[in-house]
Design a protein around this ligand. Structure first.
Ligand SMILES: Cc1ncc(COP(=O)(O)O)c(C=O)c1O
Length: 435
């Protein structure tokens, strides 16, 4: 527990330096996302820093338990980012430990090109071939009919994000995985708290990932997690995250297996210290205990954050419904209840203005916007020279690249901010209608 005097000063600091200030329209930025916190996160962070344990310790244990309880998953491996979580989830499926079930160079992985690079880069980094399937314009998720046609004898895995919080059709994807014996990785980075037919996303795949970057549902600054119910996969992910080591003692523990100096590995001398036996080609992608301390405090706010994101989505919807003809509205995937990462705006062909003109007006008035990440990934400079296959066309992906942007739904968005945005949007529409 913190010394009462330190706690008092931390709370005072929060109130005077960091607490919410009144919003001044036209002077303050309407962010699309950001950290939402109070004195509790600061108190936990200071407490962990004064412990000076630094690496994963009691706060990491607490944080991962809260995530495991929320999702109802057995294993939660904290990481230093959502990208690292994706890399580890994918790398785990390439592990030799999986024998014939492992992913291998040249195998195909179903993906979409309208998304964030970190959902695709591990496929390329491990020498596998992404097979890009187009997306549906109303959900921004994979087109299931095209997905069915994309599966070939080389297909071994489906690796997809729930785009901007909207779950992809998990019934259909799950059924295809069963039918064709495919691995499923759910990139749940933008959808922590979304539901599909009552169940939380992140509980359907063999592995799922979360990001705690400030734009996401909860934050630790940088941070992420891999979750699974598969003991073997959990062990592989932990090993890959922790330098590839074979030993699974927690930080500060020794000889939990009771065989530290009595086993045979590779052609090492018998009894070589298990702490220094490496069975995977690993990384170091761990989280610190200070980050976990913040995350643990954030988990207590998650239910409220999810509610606020849904409310803000509805608030944007009320604004945009006035201009129905100009937009293709995003719809929750049937059967889903998204904890929206964002409010997606796609211009219809009838709009008498371009996406870039509209976005320019909003940004001029300090209203932040973002495009749907990489747009069409295969058109990005990093993609030049990469091996991939197209299932068919990417017409909708290109349409999104040219006509889509998103606004924030994060809990820091207030009624005053939304009223300012509505005023700017209404003004823009009036000018354009007259024009
Ligand atoms: C769908 C998706 N996956 C992965 C990531 C990567 O997460 P991080 O920024 O924590 O590396 C992001 C980033 O925001 C994302 O939107």
């Amino acid at each position: 527990m913190l010394h009462p005097e330190i706690a008092r000063l931390v709370k005072e600091h929060y109130q005077t330096k960091l607490a919410h200030r009144a919003f001044v329209p036209g002077k303050d930025r309407v962010h699309y996302a950001g950290r939402v916190f109070d004195a509790e996160e600061l108190l936990r962070l200071v407490e962990s820093s004064l412990d000076f344990w630094l690496t994963e310790g009691r706060f990491a244990e607490e944080f991962s338990e809260k995530i495991a309880d929320f999702l109802g998953r057995e294993d939660v491996m904290l990481t230093n980012s959502g990208s690292s979580a994706n890399l580890l989830a994918f790398a785990a499926l390439c592990s030799k430990r999986l024998g014939a079930r492992r992913l291998q160079t040249g195998d195909e992985v179903i993906a979409v090109a309208a998304g964030f690079p970190a959902t695709v880069t591990p496929i390329l980094q491990y020498g596998l071939v992404p097979v890009f399937v187009d997306v549906d314009l109303e959900t921004c998720n994979i087109d299931i009919e095209m997905l069915k046609k994309a599966i070939s004898p080389q297909t071994k895995c489906i690796f997809l994000a729930h785009t901007l919080g909207n779950p992809f059709d998990l019934d259909a994807v799950h059924a295809l995985c069963e039918e064709h014996n495919l691995w499923l990785i759910e990139d749940n980075c933008d959808a922590f708290g979304s539901r599909y037919k009552e169940a939380l996303t992140g509980t359907f795949g063999h592995l799922a990932t979360i990001s705690f970057y400030p734009a996401h549902h909860i934050t630790t600054g940088e941070g992420g997690a891999v979750v699974t119910n598969d003991e073997e996969l959990a062990r592989i992910v932990r090993s890959l995250r922790d330098w590839g080591r074979d030993c699974y003692c927690n930080s500060g523990e020794n000889n939990t297996c009771g065989k530290r100096f009595s086993q045979q590995f590779g052609s090492l001398p018998r009894g070589y210290d298990h702490k220094y036996v490496y069975s995977e080609l690993g990384y170091n992608l761990k989280m610190t205990d200070m980050q976990a301390a913040i995350g643990s405090a954030q988990m207590d706010k998650l239910a409220h954050f999810i509610l606020r994101r849904k409310e803000n989505f509805l608030a944007w919807q009320r604004v945009f419904r006035k201009y129905e003809d100009f937009f293709i509205f995003e719809k929750p995937t049937p059967g889903s209840d998204p904890a929206w990462f964002a409010y997606v705006v796609t211009l219809s062909e009838k709009a008498p203005f371009t996406r870039d003109e509209f976005v320019h007006e909003l940004n001029e008035n300090l209203i932040e916007t973002r495009y749907l990440f990489a747009g069409n990934m295969i058109r990005q400079p990093f993609f030049e020279g990469m091996s991939y296959r197209l299932a068919d066309h990417l017409h909708n992906t290109d349409y999104i690249m040219n006509n889509t942007f998103f606004l924030g739904t994060y809990p820091g968005l207030t009624e005053e901010m939304l009223a300012w945005c509505e005023k700017i949007i209404d003004g823009f529409m009036q000018k354009r209608r007259k024009g």
